[in-house]
Design a protein around this ligand. Structure first.
Ligand code: NAD
Length: 397
């Protein structure tokens, strides 16, 4: 095994291999970093321990209280491994003044971390983008299919012994996904992966993103769809285009949301309650909403109303305004159960995606590599060059 490779991830090691080897070993000898992880991230923790790190893991599956995170940081840890349920803000950074060097988040979304506070205290934080892109997109696609084809209701019919006959339309029918039009809201990493999957199902696509339009990608997808049609693989010639938000909502049969949670003041186009009474009413009564982004992007009380009053045909959700979903959530209303699929923030919950120790495959691997980069000053200590650091703007020279 290439030891240097595993030790000095991210450094140019081609020039003087022996120097690199020596520096790598020196790093191991001097690495006495202390890390507190707010959750267990599996074997990847061993990667840190093998390098001499002292790692303490919060043992319970639930989130630790914030007071405990503050206490651990105050006790002098250098690195903090966090998840999307841990509020990380000035109180935490203040407690870590002089000792805390990095926060490594095992998730791509980082709305739980106050970026302005991190920048003020000059603490880099990392995320695990890319490695969960395909898993999240395929889950969004599966949720969409499950909702539209009414698989939950259909399985209940079987299990509850109410499957009495085969009939052309009784007791109910679902809606096909193939050949329909989907609106992709947010064409970042996961939105683009969703487009790729929808293209495989001969769907037409209305894309919306106020900050990032990837016309090359859209053109390439159009070309592949044209080829499929020309070669007789797809019956119809499917299409894809960027459109304004309202048009996407008004014309789509499915709307799939792939935006970050951005509150007022965090962006010119905030996404908090992007789906509310007004925008849900723009959707067709036969349309379905799929949300794998963040819960507060959808106003849940407006959504529950839209389902009860049939403004839209259904919704499949993986994320909620409050997680875990409270027992008294309006979304649990039995009257809408057949039209409302509720998943437990599960879209990235696949074995390799979550736990692989390889930073190019797993969130756990990428999380620890992000931490190692900062603590061991890889990339010549230039935080702005470290690939997994999010708030590079605080470190640009
Ligand atoms: P990304 O940053 O690559 O893409 C997000 C896109 O949304 C960007 O292109 C951005 O321009 C766009 N956007 C911003 N504001 C918008 C607006 N008002 N309207 C439409 N588009 C807007 O992020 P990503 O890797 O694709 O992840 C997207 C989000 O998905 C994450 O921030 C995270 O919250 C969520 N997520 C959830 C799960 C899950 O388990 N359910 C897993 C992974 C990611």
């Amino acid at each position: 095994m290439d030891e240097a490779k595993s030790v000095v991830g991210g450094e140019d090691r081609s020039a003087h291999p022996q120097d690199f080897h020596a520096r790598a070993i020196e790093k191991i000898m001097t690495a006495k970093f202390r890390v507190f992880a707010t959750c267990d991230i599996g074997e990847a923790i061993q990667v840190l321990r093998d390098r001499g790190y002292q790692v303490e893991i919060y043992p319970n599956p639930e989130a630790p209280p914030k007071s405990l995170i503050v206490e651990k940081v105050r006790s002098g840890v250098h690195g903090l491994i966090t998840t999307l349920r841990d509020p990380i803000d000035a109180e935490v950074f203040e407690a870590g003044k002089g000792t805390l060097k990095a926060v490594a988040q095992i998730a791509v979304g980082f709305d739980n971390i106050n970026r302005a506070d991190a920048n003020r205290f000059k603490i880099p934080f990392t995320n695990t983008a890319d490695v969960l892109t395909e898993a999240t997109a395929e889950f969004a696609f599966f949720m969409m299919g499950m909702l539209a084809r009414r698989m939950w209701s259909a399985e209940h019919l079987t299990r509850e012994n109410r499957w009495g006959y085969w009939h052309p339309f009784l007791p109910f029918l679902g809606d096909e996904v193939t050949g329909k039009t989907i609106a992709i809201i947010g064409t970042g990493r996961i939105g683009l992966a969703m487009i790729k999957k929808c293209a495989g199902f001969d769907m037409n696509m209305l894309c919306y993103d106020p900050a990032y339009e990837n016309h090359d990608y859209v053109k390439a997808i159009q070309e592949t769809m044209d080829l499929r049609h020309a070669r007789g693989i797809s019956r119809d010639r499917n299409w894809i285009k960027y459109v304004p938000f309202e048009q996407a909502l008004r014309e789509a049969d499915f709307v799939s949301v792939h935006v970050p949670l951005l509150r007022e003041g965090e962006s010119k186009t905030p996404t908090f309650h992007l789906f509310n009474e007004q925008t849900l009413r723009m959707m067709k009564p036969a349309a379905f909403l799929v949300n794998t982004s963040r819960g507060p992007v959808v106003d849940e009380s407006a959504l529950a109303k839209s389902l009860r009053e049939n403004w839209i045909a259904g919704a499949a959700l993986d994320v909620y305004e409050r997680e875990p979903l409270p027992a008294d959530s309006l979304l649990r209303d039995p009257a809408i159960a057949d039209r409302c699929r509720l998943m437990p923030h599960f879209a990235s919950a696949a074995r390799i995606t979550r736990l692989s120790t390889d930073p190019n495959q797993g969130m756990a691997g990428r999380c620890v590599q992000g931490l190692i980069d900062v603590l061991e000053r890889n990339y010549g200590g230039d935080v702005a060059r470290m690939p997994y650091v999010v708030n590079k703007e605080a470190f640009n020279k």
